[in-house]
Design a protein around this ligand. Sequence first.
Ligand SMILES: NC(=O)C1=CN([C@@H]2O[C@H](COP(=O)(O)OP(=O)(O)OC[C@H]3O[C@@H](n4cnc5c(N)ncnc54)[C@H](O)[C@@H]3O)[C@@H](O)[C@H]2O)C=CC1
Ligand SMILES: C[C@H](O)[C@@H]1OC(=O)[C@H](O)[C@@H]1O
Length: 253
Amino acid sequence: MLLKDKVVLVTGASQGIGKAAAIGCAQHGADVAINYHSDEAGAADAVAQIEALGRRAIAVKGDVAQVETAQAFVDAAVAAFGRVDVFVNNAGICPFHAFLDMPPEVMERTMKVNLFGAYYMVQAAANQMVKQGDGGAIIAVSSISALVGGGMQTHYTPTKAGVHSLMQSTAIALGKYGIRCNSVLPGTIETAINKEDLADVAKREYMAGRIPLGRLGEPDDLAGPIVFLASDLARYVTGAALLVDGGAFVNLQ
Ligand SMILES: NC(=O)C1=CN([C@@H]2O[C@H](COP(=O)(O)OP(=O)(O)OC[C@H]3O[C@@H](n4cnc5c(N)ncnc54)[C@H](O)[C@@H]3O)[C@@H](O)[C@H]2O)C=CC1
Ligand SMILES: C[C@H](O)[C@@H]1OC(=O)[C@H](O)[C@@H]1O
């Protein structure tokens, strides 16, 4: 039990990596508040799975692109559980699109959800941790795309580099409060975000073939690294970025 009786908040946790992280934290003894955008059934299922583990859970609806969602989420978690120990910034979108004719609204929505949303959420969670006075852990779900490009992701990869950079800067700003800030950098994980993209069999085989561990990732592959960074096992780790990609990044030839 690495997170016994800790209170963990996860954004975008009605499915995919966020849901796996929320359940993974509950498996390690945490109570969990999840933010979700619109998938009521997915959020209810996440809550049910956490409660089945004997832990408490709430689901709070909100669009992370709206500034006020951040404080409302933290307030709801504090009302339910009294405090915030761990904050996982996971919510994100990746609407694949070419660069030269990128619609401004797609570009701006991607920035607002992935980067602005992360900024305001991390700020609200950090203020609560500072008020509590006994530290905390913040983990951002960045991406291998913080380090490498994507021709159909010119609006997306800067947001992932941005949240990685945000963790580096908040690690400095919040270190004196005992708040650790780190990011995980997933490779290609099979979720709804890339279902359409990976429906292209040739692309899917190419992507899988680039991975030394021999398979695409699944959401649960992120749960362990996130629990680790949230836990006291990582008590001297801050400002770090952990690739969780089956070795894809290092596979040049
Ligand atoms: N699947 C992959 O290959 C990779 C995913 N990531 C990142 O992992 C994170 C989670 O994505 P996945 O689980 O893969 O996809 P997903 O599509 O299953 O999950 C994304 C979650 O974010 C939520 N969300 C989207 N917009 C939101 C908004 N405005 N407000 C609140 N919630 C919102 C969705 O409802 C969903 O629950 C994202 O930040 C993504 O960029 C990073 C690297 C690789
Ligand atoms: C959604 C993509 O398949 C996925 O997102 C990322 O951040 C990865 O780098 C992949 O491109």
